[in-house]
Design a protein around this ligand. Structure first.
Ligand code: SF4
Length: 481
């Protein structure tokens, strides 16, 4: 097709990444990754550097976190049995060493090293597959294709086997299915709170849940451990600053050196150390090692130092739980967005002299103050901690009315911010953005339902959906009614 004027606009404005057909320089790595994901290759001709035939039964799923570029691939080399594992994509085989993959435990399941071109393998015994001479179209054409939406969704043959029966469901039935699985997820969270509350009491179980949620995926365990230690470090009528010093000290996240470049950071750090020195001996048996924390792939706003600073404010008020109780038992007629707003108001911290202006101890002062908590995180706290906790406590007290309130709020809560896991689940199960299904997927509960299906079915199967019963269950359910 001749390029129309709109296509030219895109190229001129840099929307399209224009690549020259240059036989010497390699393409950008993200293009090589897209080529691999969509298998824009002469798939029958794939050979490792040492000449072995490679059959790609599944290229795996793009990994947006630390570790190899693709997880869960299935590959057969020569006539060996097919193997499931990870795939790393680098421009050159030397990338294996220069990017320090060697000896890195997150790379120990790599079964194939995909490269643009190199004469020699570098990933030890891992087969190395060069792609340079095996593209199914010129690299310029592939580059243009990458800039169109086609590359942003999973190719049809990589969709889950359930995507066809799910597409056959009417919107109302899809919502019903997602809400049913969300209910299972909700009940299992509530059961966890109930079990923990029996051991440590409702208030402590609540704080443990909040801390876990503040840890995101990367730091759930150190946050849980800190929360378990709460009876030792919490204290009535202390300032947020004192609690911050204590939490930073116990967590092992307190830097030992000044930046010597940022006066405000160094002054705050000195004052924190002045407080912590006095208390340190009393907590010396429970200080966490810094190695317990993971920072890779974390947004600056989610850094655990910043999250602990926020928690210190909550705990210093001494009445946050009472405020939440009031929020839960009043505002019964508020709209979902109204509820989100009023919850944000309770959990938001007015201003912190240091943390409103800095992402971490070492980061430069921000131009504008940033809130310590945003609406997206409040939704996560609501659906994962606050509402299941209230529901579980109401269930323990046999208060059906309050159980209903918690349930109604959960199922009406606005959607959470999308993350890599949700995006993949939506693409794999439902075949992409599906604007026409927006209504069926609206709300945090539908997202939770999707995640529960992934946990129940995808996590027990593999990239080609082997032995997964979910598609058949959906078909039967749809035809039975
Ligand atoms: S494993 Fe099952 S639930 Fe997951 S995508 Fe495949 S068919 Fe769907």
């Amino acid at each position: 097709m001749p390029a129309n004027f709109y296509a030219q606009w895109r190229a001129r404005c840099g929307v399209v990444s224009v690549l020259r057909e240059d036989h010497e320089s390699p393409p950008p790595e993200h293009l090589l990754q897209a080529i691999w994901q969509h298998q824009r290759l002469l798939r029958e001709q794939l050979r490792t550097l040492d000449g072995k035939i490679v059959r790609v039964l599944h290229p795996g799923f793009a990994n947006h976190e630390a570790g190899p570029d693709f997880r869960g691939a299935i590959v057969q080399i020569d006539d060996e049995p097919p193997r499931a594992g990870d795939v790393e994509v680098d421009l050159h085989s030397s990338g294996w060493r220069t990017h320090h993959h060697e000896g890195n435990p997150t790379f120990q399941n790599v079964i194939l090293h995909v490269i643009w071109d190199s004469a020699r393998p570098a990933a030890g015994k891992i087969p190395t597959l060069p792609l340079r001479r095996l593209l199914d179209a010129p690299i310029v054409e592939l580059s243009a294709w990458l800039s169109r939406e086609g590359a942003a969704v999973l190719p049809e043959n990589l969709l889950g086997q359930c995507s066809a029966p799910l597409r056959g469901l009417a919107d109302s039935k899809l919502t019903e299915l997602l809400h049913q699985s969300a209910q299972v997820r909700w009940q299992s969270k509530a059961a966890q709170f109930q079990a923990r509350a029996r051991q440590v009491g409702w208030e402590q179980s609540f704080w443990e849940g909040l801390f876990r949620a503040l840890g995101y995926k990367q730091n759930v365990w150190p946050m849980q451990t800190l929360a378990e230690l709460r009876p030792r470090w919490v204290q009535a009528k202390v300032s947020p600053f004192t609690l911050q010093a204590r939490l930073f000290g116990i967590s092992g996240l307190l830097p030992v050196e000044l930046t010597r470049a940022q006066a405000a950071s160094d002054s705050y750090l000195r004052r924190i150390w002045d407080d912590w020195w006095r208390e340190r001996d009393g907590f010396s048996d429970c200080i966490l090692p810094r190695e317990l924390w993971r920072f890779h792939g974390l947004r600056p706003a989610n850094h655990p130092q910043r999250r602990l600073a926020l928690a210190a404010h909550w705990l210093a008020t001494g009445n946050i739980l009472a405020k939440l109780e009031k929020w839960f038992t009043t505002e019964l007629n508020a709209s979902p967005t109204g509820l989100l707003g009023s919850l944000l108001k309770i959990l938001q911290v007015e201003r912190d002299d240091f943390w409103s202006w800095h992402w971490t101890f070492r980061s430069a002062r921000l131009k504008k103050p940033q809130p310590l908590l945003g609406a997206a995180r409040v939704t996560d706290l609501a659906v994962n901690v606050i509402l299941p906790w209230f529901w579980a406590r109401a269930a323990e007290g046999k208060n059906e009315q309050l159980q209903q309130v918690a349930g109604q709020r959960y199922f009406a809560w606005p959607s959470a911010e999308e993350n890599a896991l949700l995006r993949l689940a939506r693409q794999r199960l439902l075949g992409g953005p599906l604007p026409r299904r927006r209504d069926a997927l609206r709300g945090a509960a539908a997202q939770q339902g999707l995640l529960q299906i992934v946990r129940d079915f995808c996590d027990h199967s593999n990239a080609v959906c082997a032995n997964c019963q979910f598609p058949e269950l959906v078909r039967e359910w749809n035809s039975a009614e």
